[in-house]
Design a binder for this molecule. Structure first.
Ligand SMILES: *Cc1c(COP(=O)(O)O)cnc(C)c1O
Length: 494
């Protein structure tokens, strides 16, 4: 037998040490990214299922027939949950982004207009649709939303035209948990022959059990596709989402097939070729274990915790919950109705909460094309485990607010002051040349986002994210995007 270069026990010990430095994935202290059911048995079941399919190639469900059976059963469960009839079919994808990409690809390939197709969506549509427009060559037409994150159906309907291949609405939107006016938009789209995608990536597995909702799923005739992430409120490990489409002929446009090369015939329902069946197997096991009653119970816990958190935050002077969140997530902004000395900046608040051991997610301000500015906010996603830590979370949120009350928001001028003035002017000018990697890294060091002796080692986020987010909102987007690309690229360079 070939000798190992390093011993398994030592390798795993090293991994354990690396994992210990991660943000905690369980216990409810991270209020984004992770969706903790709080049920250890469910995690064990998922792990066992992954292990059983570890060597399987999900590329070919005719060779690995277990893949077809598991996918069929997960799709069947999701279709019932989202009230699809026998005409609704679907796929398990590797995540929300892939589901959204494939919904756009399908609509683009089904579109019969002239010129370049347009993708119409509220500003609050997930960034995955920016990516889809970029990858698949559509014009992204983003319609401004109100300050509370809502949009009137008419604002989308009046922009519908022959060049629109797809209109996207969310159930709910990630930034503010707004439920878009899906019925009115879908009806208008249908009457014009335009496809309508409901992005229920975050809501799909929890809104079916939420109280007092307008219709948002396949019960609306004009809805042509829905995405719903198994690795969010399906409580599955990362790598699983479902994309359901109405109509077999529509859904076949999602596929890619070719026999025109000398290798095996390629028929892919999703974007990858060879792929893991792990997250599918875990999702399948979880769906069977929980069933509708299990999902309902977990959703009820999320709903209780969300209501409680809305109350807790509303009671904190100087903060306010943005709009009326629909689903287990919410955004928090400064309450400008109180005097500046009593206000709480949501980003200072998040940084302070982090010092107390709670990780909230900072969202930047955004200037919209119509002049309606969206304020900077802090995002919280609530999961079933939240209920078990609600009291201590509430105390930490209040304490953090008291500690930063009256502290002015980070001034953009101060942040930009950290850079040489000529550099700022040069970078912000429209005809500045694209940044090269060395210049970009020098700026990141200057901003304190990478250490000065940086040479391919590790980079970690600063303790205070508020200045960084102010910068994101202040610098021209292409520049920030280039800098962040450099940051993420550098941290994996050997
Ligand atoms: C999470 C999310 C996505 C993207 O999903 P990933 O799984 O992160 O790729 C898309 N839309 C909404 C509304 C989401 O919440």
């Amino acid at each position: 037998m070939t000798a190992f270069a390093e011993q398994p026990a030592e390798i795993l010990e090293r991994l354990a040490a690396l994992r210990a430095a991660d943000a905690p994935t369980h216990g409810g202290h991270v209020l984004s990214y992770v969706y903790d059911s709080g049920l250890a048995e469910l995690d064990e079941l998922a792990a066992a299922a992954i292990r059983m399919v570890q060597p399987v190639n999900g590329l070919d469900p005719t060779t690995f027939t277990s893949v077809a059976v598991m996918e069929r059963e997960v799709i069947g469960f999701a279709r019932d949950l989202l009230n699809g009839d026998a005409d609704v079919v679907g796929s398990v994808t590797t995540g929300g982004t892939e589901s959204c990409l494939l919904a756009v690809k399908t609509a683009r390939d089904r579109w019969r207009g002239e010129g370049v197709p347009r993708l119409l969506a509220p500003v609050t549509a997930h960034a995955a649709f920016h990516k889809a427009a970029h990858y698949f060559g559509l014009i992204l037409d983003l319609v401004p939303v109100a300050e509370d994150g809502t949009i009137a159906a008419t604002a989308l309907i009046e922009r519908m035209g022959h060049d629109v291949a797809l209109v996207v609405v969310s159930a709910p939107s990630y930034p503010y948990a707004a439920l878009d006016p899906i019925a009115a938009v879908a009806a208008a789209a249908a009457s014009r022959g335009i496809a309508c995608h409901v992005d229920a990536c975050i809501g799909g597995w929890v809104l079916p059990f939420w109280s007092d909702l307008d219709l948002w799923d396949f019960r609306i005739a004009g809805v042509t596709s829905v995405s719903a992430d198994l690795h969010k409120f399906g409580y599955a490990p990362k790598g699983a989402s479902v994309l359901l489409q109405r109509g077999r002929d529509r859904q076949r446009a999602q596929y890619f097939a070719t026999t025109q090369w000398p290798g095996y015939p390629v028929v892919n329902s999703t974007m990858l070729g060879s792929k893991s069946a792990g997250a599918l197997a875990a999702s399948w096991a979880i769906v069977h274990a929980l069933g509708r009653p299990g999902f309902a119970e977990l959703a009820a816990s999320c709903e209780r915790s969300t209501k409680a958190l809305v109350d807790i935050i509303t009671d904190i002077e100087g903060l306010r919950v943005v709009g009326h969140p629909v689903g287990p997530l919410l955004a928090v902004a400064t309450d400008e109705s109180v005097p500046p000395a009593r206000r709480v900046d949501p980003h200072h608040w998040a940084d302070q909460a982090r010092a107390h051991g709670w990780l909230l997610q900072l969202q930047p301000a955004l200037a919209q094309t119509n002049g309606v500015a969206l304020p900077h906010t802090t995002h919280l996603t609530v999961t079933p485990v939240t209920e078990s830590v609600l009291a201590s979370l509430g105390e930490a949120l209040l304490a953090a607010a008291e500690e930063v009350r009256g502290v002015a928001p980070v001034s953009v001028a101060d942040v930009l002051g950290a850079l040489p003035p000529d550099l700022v002017v040069g970078l912000s000018s429209p005809d500045a040349p694209p940044l090269d990697s060395e210049t970009a890294v020098a700026i990141l060091v200057r901003l304190g986002l990478l250490s000065a002796q940086y040479s391919g080692g590790s980079a970690s986020l600063p303790d205070r994210m508020a200045p960084f987010l102010a910068l994101v909102a202040a610098l021209p987007a292409p520049l920030t995007e280039r800098l962040l690309t450099e940051l993420l690229a550098r941290i994996v360079e050997p």
